[in-house]
Design a protein around this ligand. Structure first.
Ligand SMILES: NC(=O)c1ccc[n+]([C@@H]2O[C@H](COP(=O)([O-])OP(=O)(O)OC[C@H]3O[C@@H](n4cnc5c(N)ncnc54)[C@H](OP(=O)(O)O)[C@@H]3O)[C@@H](O)[C@H]2O)c1
Length: 340
């Protein structure tokens, strides 16, 4: 017997990837419903070799459905996730709405799968921010070995992290630059993103950091260890898919770069590509469509007592969102619902 699964936001970047990954990983599904806004009623989306028609989230009855993977943004999530949860359907949510709620587990299965049992307090499980997810997958095995004190991370985040509109804006601006009769219009991002980089993702906080940077701090503490200090600078770059991160890690104990490389080679979800030669590292283009978190440029940082630098790259629509959500669904099924 399989599950009755709902995918909300099925016409979006993350929703479409969730459908691809549910099919690729042969998640045990008896019945599937795909939802979006009323605007998309009847829009066709692919699920394996099937084509499904989207229904309206606002009028959907969640009674009798086992789990709902939400990727609709915080506004609609606030309105509809509690309805699904109250109907007995466990929500796995991609928005930031519930991530910091103490009664909602925030899960990256490679790091804290055991937190799944906390789902029953609200019938909701949160998926982390894309830049946090790939970073904690790489940090977890290193933390287990040498205890991380402090992390300094700079991100290079693709435009798909800002949804369909973000991808359209990079495409339209790039075309407009080559067509002198077109204006380069700035809408979704704060400045021109084509041929540029923007050190600003989400709103500014009181201390001068941005909400995206704050998320990396708060979520790393919740998923991994509240004692880890994190400082982040999050930057949008003109890449369609795939986030990259330069991560400087300071440990309590000494960790040699060769041992770190060996640990990461064995770690779940990690793939080490680290040759000290031209092209011997992973860039965002190469990670698209892959499940792994790729780690390259592993090297000692001799400016601190116990430091390492690493370069972490992953598909933000996959490990940063859809894959992680499906992995949570797998853990939920295996450990809690036990149907498949
Ligand atoms: N992209 C990433 O890397 C990433 C990573 C982690 C988390 N997330 C989160 O995942 C969520 C979705 O992101 P995305 O990148 O997939 O965005 P997107 O490409 O813009 O897609 C948004 C989806 O939400 C649906 N939607 C919007 N308003 C709705 C409403 N009122 N009722 C029902 N459906 C509604 C849209 O349906 P229509 O087509 O009908 O408008 C569409 O299916 C966001 O919360 C985002 O923060 C994204």
């Amino acid at each position: 017997m399989g599950y009755r699964v709902v995918v909300a936001g099925a016409t979006g970047n993350v929703g479409r990837e969730m459908l691809n990954i549910l099919a690729e990983r042969e998640f045990p599904i008896d019945d599937i419903a795909v939802l979006a806004s009323r605007r998309s009623l009847g829009t066709e989306v692919s699920f394996g070799d099937k084509t499904l028609k989207t229904q309206d989230l606002a009028t959907f009855d969640f009674t009798g459905w086992d789990m709902a993977l939400f990727a609709v943004g915080s506004g609609p999530t606030k309105e509809f996730a509690p309805k699904a949860a109250a109907a007995g359907c466990v929500v796995i949510d991609n928005s930031s709405l519930y991530r910091y709620d103490p009664d909602v587990p925030l899960i990256v299965p490679e790091c804290n799968a055991e937190a799944i049992h906390g789902y029953s307090k609200k019938n909701i499980i949160a998926n982390p921010n894309c830049s946090t997810a790939q970073m904690v997958v790489a940090l977890k095995p290193l933390h287990d070995r040498a205890k991380i004190k402090r992390v300094v991370v700079s991100t290079y985040q693709s435009v798909s992290g800002a949804g369909k509109e973000g991808m359209d804006e990079l495409w339209d601006q790039t075309k407009a630059i080559y067509n002198p009769t077109d204006d380069v219009k700035v809408k979704k991002f704060q400045k021109q993103i084509a041929f540029n980089v923007i050190p600003h993702i989400e709103v500014f906080m009181e201390d001068g950091s941005t909400k995206e940077e704050w998320k990396m701090v708060a979520e790393t503490k919740k998923i991994e260890d509240p004692s880890i200090k994190v400082t982040a600078t999050c930057v949008r770059v003109p890449v369609f898919v795939g986030h990259a991160e330069a991560v400087n890690v300071e440990f309590e104990d000494f960790l040699d770069e060769d041992e770190a490389r060996d640990i990461l080679r064995e770690a779940p979800g990690c793939m080490v590509i680290d040759k000290r030669e031209d092209g011997g590292y992973v860039t965002p283009i190469e990670c698209v469509g892959d499940f792994a978190t790729f780690i390259s440029r592993i090297r000692q940082d001799s400016t601190v007592e116990n430091g390492l630098n690493i370069w972490v790259v992953s598909d933000n629509l996959r490990k940063g969102a859809a894959l992680n959500a499906v992995q949570i669904a797998e853990v939920l099924g295996r450990e809690c619902l036990k149907k498949g």
